[in-house]
Design a protein around this ligand. Structure first.
Ligand SMILES: C[S@@+](CC[C@H](N)C(=O)[O-])C[C@H]1O[C@@H](n2cnc3c(N)ncnc32)[C@H](O)[C@@H]1O
Length: 386
């Protein structure tokens, strides 16, 4: 990151921080006391996570992070990034603004009140945005397409930041710095209600970073309630699970499919009950047209005019009863599509540099595991149709 220290100091002086450095250091000490029952630990299966030093029962609050520790829209607006936002005619979304915030605070190192937090953030991620293009080619066509679209969006977010910063001429961030900060936020932020601001767009504005709490790993069996408690001014997580002494404590990041977990968090789970195999809308239409399905062009027009293909086209098939003719057509179409997808998936297996898993890199192993999971979903679905 190229930026002049002199300029940074100049901006810094004009900005009021939400808490002074001493206050935050004291708070960090206090936080350590509060969370002493959870200890950061390296686990073989999940990597770094939190271990409990006492049994936890359903209904227990496992963690409570006081508001001054949260990096919220308020924190960003009160920082030098907020100063830049307030004098610019351009708006950013909160994740973009937080990205610049994290990078500028990281550059300050010990001078930053957030350094104790920033220095324990991962340096890199296994999310698909960090994969080499030769490894991305080992993904199924659908996942590859989704990744390609996500990478384009990422580039757009970066370009917008560069445009925003170009007027200030005081801060420059590289794409790699941006990508690091973006995925810190992507994989670690909590849902936190924020009021609208004239300087930040409303999209995706309800996020915050919660130091220490973000050391909790995800499990599909975890049941939690997370919310800000106005009575004690803390962001709290209550669990509905039990944990024995020395167990790893898990939370749930949501009912995410493996593709979503890989794209946003950089891992997959072999027995993920929320896994899905997403079919591509254009492929479905192609098969329906080839089968000369009744009224297909009319249906296609209705779907596209109402943008159902972009939003919730999955939902329309959910509970509605359909005619016998359509039922047969859907079954026939599904069989063709699933078989096509299965062939497609199988054609990717041959691209792996080795059949021996131990000779594959971690990303290649992730790609192989995901491919096998996708193959299994397709095989099971084909069986169900027979
Ligand atoms: C909110 S952080 C959790 C703490 C993180 N493990 C750390 O060391 O900072 C989310 C990241 O943790 C990892 N993670 C979370 N749950 C996991 C799981 N069940 N298996 C493997 N990795 C997991 C992923 O790298 C994910 O991006």
């Amino acid at each position: 990151m190229g930026r002049t220290l002199r300029n940074r100091k100049r901006i810094g002086k004009r900005v009021a921080h939400s808490a002074s450095s001493d206050e935050l250091i004291d708070l960090f000490k206090w936080l350590k006391m509060k969370v002493r029952k959870l200890r950061p630990t390296m686990f073989l299966d999940t990597g770094r996570g939190l271990m409990t030093k006492r049994p936890i029962y359903p209904g227990d609050v496992i963690i409570a992070i006081p508001k001054p520790f949260l990096i919220t829209m308020d924190t960003v607006l009160k920082s030098e990034v907020g100063f830049l936002l307030k004098r610019s005619h351009l708006k950013l979304n909160l994740q973009q603004a937080m990205t610049i915030f994290l990078i500028t605070e990281k550059e300050k190192q010990e001078e930053s009140v957030w350094w104790r937090y920033i220095k324990v953030l991962p340096e890199t991620f296994d999310t698909l945005a960090f994969w080499k293009s030769s490894d991305l080619c080992l993904l199924s066509k659908n996942v590859y397409k989704k990744t390609f679209a996500a990478l384009n969006d990422l580039q757009t977010f970066y370009d917008e930041i560069i445009l925003f910063l170009s007027s200030s001429k005081e801060v420059m961030i590289t794409f790699n710095e941006f990508r690091w900060a973006w995925y810190c936020i992507n994989s670690r932020s909590i849902y936190y209600d924020c009021d609208s601001s004239p300087y930040i767009t409303d999209t995706n504005k309800n996020i915050a970073l919660a130091p220490f709490l973000d050391l909790l790993n995800h499990s599909t069996t975890a049941e939690v309630e997370a919310a800000f408690n106005k009575n004690n001014n803390c962001f709290e997580i209550k669990t509905y699970n039990s944990f024995r002494k020395y167990d790893q404590v898990f939370i749930s990041y949501g009912a995410h499919s493996n593709t979503h977990l890989l794209m946003e968090y950089g891992f997959i789970l072999p027995d993920n009950p929320h896994d899905v195999y997403e079919l591509n809308y254009d492929e479905i239409v192609k098969v329906a047209q080839n089968l000369n399905l009744q009224y297909i062009d009319k249906k296609k027009r209705i779907i596209e005019e109402n943008e159902i293909n972009r939003k919730s086209w999955k939902l329309i098939f959910k509970d509605d009863t359909i005619s016998i003719t359509n039922q047969k057509a859907v079954k026939n179409m599904s069989q063709i599509i699933l078989q096509q997808e299965l062939l497609e998936i199988r054609s990717v297996f041959v691209k792996f540099p080795s059949k021996d898993k131990s000779r594959l890199t971690p990303h290649q192993n992730l790609a192989l595991d995901l491919l096998k999971i996708e193959e299994n979903i397709l095989q099971q679905s084909i069986k169900l149709l027979q």
